[in-house]
Structure formats: structure tokens, C-alpha cells
Design a protein around this ligand. Sequence first.
Ligand code: GAP
Length: 444
Amino acid sequence: MAEDKLTKIVSLCRRRGFVFGGSEIYGGLSSIWDYGPLGAKLKKKIKDIWWDTYVNKREDIVGLDSSIIMHEDVFRASGHLEGFADSLVDCPTCKKRARIDKLEKIQDNLYQCPECKAKIDTLKNKPRKFNLMLKTNMSATEDKPYYGYLRPETAQGIFTNFSNVLDTTHKKIPLGIAQIGKAFRNEVTTGSFIFRMKEFEQMEIEYFVKPATADEFYHIWVSERFNFYTEKIGLRKDNLRLREHAKDELAHYAKSCTDIEYNFPFGWSELEGIANRGNFDLSEHSRVSKKDLSYFDDESKEKIIPFVIEPSAGVDRTFFAIISDAYHEEDVKGKLRVVLKLKPNMAPYALAIFPLLKNRPELVELAKNIFYDIKDKFPALYDDSGAIGKLYRRQDEIGTPFCVTVDVESLTDHKVTIRDRDSMQQERIDVTKIKSFIEERTKA
Ligand code: GAP
């Protein structure tokens, strides 16, 4: 059933233009996906809401847009060169390469291959470390290569710019630096749609605080970020939960970490992690770069290395959670209705406008005039490419909360039929009331 839902979501995303396979015409690339016209719109909404909530509306957080390719020493300092690796093992039977921590353990040193179910004896087939970072040659000549790395998290660009931001903004801590951008990991586990990609997007805040206040801010951020998903994004509360990491699963930099998990079609998995990274990153970058990255505390008149609380969210996983949460199937008079019950302000289009009869030029003209009048205020769509039932079905599947139909009577009574996506109820309203009707119902 769960697998079935995943297949249905992938298929809906494909046929409606949310998500396509990357390099599809050349056979595709594993764990690489492209966002289509509707996907690009939804993704931008997610990022805009996040940026607006934290950068535009708060005085204690500033934005940053740092580069993707970074110096090797950045990752020497951060520990990624040494420690950001998966332990991989090859199945002797089918040759499939898999992460040892994802395999089913039969007994000590004996695992089951997820592909062909053969036994893998790790004493004979020794696991090997495989660094997840993508490396690129930045030299102009092949014979003298020098390498840069595609960042595996946006966070490192924030740490390396910490002093630049302080010096130019004259802000005091607590201070957050927020960034949205691409990150890259050479993931080996495949087949979970946009949950685990090699190229993905993160929304990260590094929130710098005095060490004594770190624990308090950590808890504040855990509940702030949980509420963001229910209130701003509109995810169902019963599909979200918090999971605190045990000490032995913490990343090398973290003192504590809580995941916000979402009930994806394949089960509960991480949507976001909120970590207390202590002063690991600033200390290590100071040590390796030999630059002073301390902060002068006016109160104690001492230099300190701030602690950092990091709410780190994935744009793609938020996207996936939104579609999964919104996906509904209903039986309407013996027919299957697929509908995305998106929070109205998250929908790619707020409304769609149709003429009931496309062979009546007066109806087409009125419907187009309404569309042109409305599209500067709301994301709207005009469509006359099918019968009304087909047009409704199409809008249901992309989550458009309202459909406006112009019919023959509209020409005389200046009213249109407006249909609600979720209840399918229709009501007639005056053409002049459409904007206030939509505005009222699509507020964030
Ligand atoms: N700076 C901390 C950090 O990167 P993480 O838990 O590895 O922590 C944070 O990643 C978030 O980034 C995850 O919760 C997830 O939403 C997203 N993410 C990580 N790896 C991903 C991947 N391979 N594909 C899609 N999203 C990913």
C-alpha cells in the first residue's frame, strides 16, 4: 500500500509537470531529478516562505548566498574530508554495492543483500569507506590538477563568512545567518524519489549564541521549526514527530540533535535536523585557517567562540512531504478522483478560469478578461483545452483550490460559478467579487 502511494506520487509528479527524471532523454541519472513548471513554482514557494519568515521578518537573522565550490581546506577543517563517508560493501552474487548500515543483519558479520537476498559475509567481502563529497578539477590544465569540492552542506559557507558578516553588519549575538542553496552528496542508496538525491537544496540557519544559552536556544528552535511545518506549510500534525538522536548516532560535530520526522510513503524519515554544533566549526576553521574567528562579548569583555544552533531543512524533502500530505484519492460517483489538497497559499495556482463552451467567442472573451484582470494579483491559469469535467480533474490533480467557470448566463447576470476543490461545492458570485473571495481564502 505504502509502496503503491509512492508509485502514484511519482507518476502524478511526472504527468503533471512537478518532477522529471534528470537527463531523462539520455536514459536518466540515478538520484538526480529535475523540477518541471509546477514543481519549480512549488519549490520557490517553500523557499520564499522560509526566507520571509526568518530573514525578512526577523532582526536577529541575516541572509547569505555563498559559493557551492569551496576550498579543500574548508572540508579538512570541518572534518568532511576525513569523516564524511559511508561504509560500503559489494554483494558477491549480484555485485550490487550497498551501505552496510542499511543492510539487514542476519548475525555478526553476516548481512542480506537487498537486491538478490544472497548472504554477504563481511569477513570475506570487507566494507570500504567511500567519501560522499563530489570533487572537481579546477585547473585549466589536465596535467596539474587542483581540486575544489562541491559543498555537502550549505553550512560551511556560513562558518567561513562568519567574520565577514559580523564586520559588515555590526550585529551582536544571538545572531543567525541563513542560507538557501544547493548541496551535493554522492549518495549510494537510491530509489526513494526526491528523498535522497545527489544534488539537493537546503535551507539552513546557523544561529550563533553565547555558550551558556545554547541549550535554551536549541529547544526554542526545535519547537519553532516543528510549528513552521504545521502552520506555514500546512502539513498534518499527525504526520510529523520529533526524534532525539542517541549519543552514538550524533554527527562528529554535534553535541545534541533532534530530527523532525515526516511519515513519508515508505515510513518515518528525517525531514529536518536541528543540531547544537557547539563551537566545533568556528574553532576548527580558526585552527586550520589561522584566522581569528572569535567574538568580543561586550558584557564579559572577553573574546569567546560562540556556540551554534543549526536548524537544517531540505527543500526537496519538504516538497515531497507537501505532495504526500496533500495526495488524496476519492470515489466520486463510482469514479476515482485524485486531488492534491494543498494549503491554498501553497498551491502553484490559486485559481483556474474556464469558459464553459469554447466555441462561444463571447464566453472565451469574458473568461480571458477575468483571467487578465486577476493574474497580476494571484497566480492564475486560463484553460479551454477540454470539456469542463476534464478541466476540473486536471486542476484537482495539481491542487488548484478554486475553479471559475464562465457560462452563458454570466453574459447577462455578470456572475460566475466558483468551485471549491475540496468540497466540490459550487456557488455563484459576482465577477467583481472574485478577487476578494480568493484573497480571503488563500491567506497564508
Ligand atoms: N548542515 C547539517 C546537515 O547537512 P543533514 O541532516 O545531513 O545535516 C540536513 O542534512 C537536511 O538536508 C536533511 O534533513 C534533509 O532534509 C536534507 N538532505 C540531506 N541529504 C539529502 C539528500 N541526499 N537528498 C535530499 N535531501 C537531503
